[in-house]
Design a protein around this ligand. Structure first.
Ligand code: SF4
Length: 323
């Protein structure tokens, strides 16, 4: 059975104006530039790319933590891109976010009891006693206990804090959780525990995830489909299996070549990307990847490549596939 779309993002843009002074023309940083994708119910959709590619801005814009510049965001077929504040606030019960930094995302002055019951109070859910009961239940589900209820965030390790951050998102029983680099601030030994917790919660609560990460080995493990972003645009989108077995875009190939192989007999040639990601305030003409691309052709320097549809929903934005 084909899952139905939960979220459809169409031509989403998030531009920031750069102040150049009174008499100079306006310029914009195009942090997210014409991004389109669909997230289906129950799946984990990955957004990957180097730092500064626009993946986190995309995630925040979906929740309207940033106001979109243009485009539409359809949640269960309803456009939420211009939803009034109060309606959007109510909808946030159904779309939650887990942040990268478990140290910064929990208020240090509040106890875990307050942190976990507050979202329920804000959304006017349950009585006071029931909220505490729910907080204890969710603490136990994420591997903590009632004993931790009246402690403060600084009394926990990084992994435990991220468990609390996840518990705070899940306590509202949302449909969609956007996780922004949820394990990158954690030790490698703790990362797999948190990933396994996310997978367990997905099954238990029927969750859909957007998983934002720069770490392709984690993305390979947890996601069903992946979109690769470069300088505010999606350059390739495919099922995770297809993307890792048959990457098309030169940027995706370079990213995947850096992922450690899972078997000693497996050989993979490392493609080293030269240069840094250019500034989104002044992107290169044509294909924005062309200054770093080993397969760059003359057309790439002048014309932006179109999105080319391959088989099974695999798309790639590259002139190599337009012939
Ligand atoms: Fe490289 Fe050209 Fe493809 Fe861009 S369009 S990724 S420069 S081959």
């Amino acid at each position: 059975m084909v899952a139905s779309p939960l979220l459809e993002v169409k031509n989403l843009k998030k531009y920031y104006e750069v102040d150049q002074g009174w008499f100079k023309p306006k310029t914009y940083v195009k942090a997210v530039d014409d991004v389109s994708f669909t997230v289906y119910k129950g799946e984990t959709f990955g957004l990957v790319g180097e730092s500064g590619c626009g993946k986190s801005t995309t995630g925040r814009t979906l929740l309207r933590l940033n106001a979109p510049t243009d485009g539409s965001i359809l949640f269960e077929n309803k456009d939420i891109s211009e939803l009034p504040y109060e309606k959007m606030r109510k909808l946030r019960r159904r779309i939650q976010m887990v942040f990268q930094d478990p140290y910064a995302s929990l208020n240090p002055k509040k106890t875990i009891r307050q942190i976990l019951t507050e979202p329920l109070r804000v959304h006017d859910l349950h009585s006071k006693e029931e909220r505490v009961k729910k907080a204890i239940e969710i603490l136990e589900i994420v591997g903590l206990s009632e004993y931790h209820l009246d402690r403060y965030p600084h009394e926990f390790s990084g992994g435990q804090r991220q468990r609390i951050g996840i518990a705070r998102a899940v306590i509202l029983q949302p449909d969609l959780i956007v996780t922004d680099e949820p394990v990158s601030a954690l030790d490698v030994s703790i990362q797999s525990q948190v990933i396994n917790l996310l997978l367990k919660l997905q099954k238990e609560f029927d969750l859909t995830y957007i998983f934002i990460s720069h770490d392709l080995s984690v993305v390979k493990h947890i996601t069903d489909r992946v979109a690769v972003m470069y300088l505010g645009k999606i350059v390739e989108l495919a099922s995770t299996k297809e993307l890792f077995q048959n990457p098309k875009h030169p940027y995706t190939k370079a990213l995947i070549s850096a992922v450690p192989v899972s078997h000693p007999d497996e050989k993979r040639e490392r493609i080293i990307l030269t240069g840094d990601v250019p500034s989104p305030a002044n992107p290169p003409k044509g294909c924005s990847f062309h200054p770093r691309c080993s397969e760059c052709m003359a057309i790439c320097q002048t014309e932006a490549p179109p999105v080319v549809e391959m088989e099974n929903g695999h798309t790639v934005t590259c002139h190599l596939f337009t012939k």
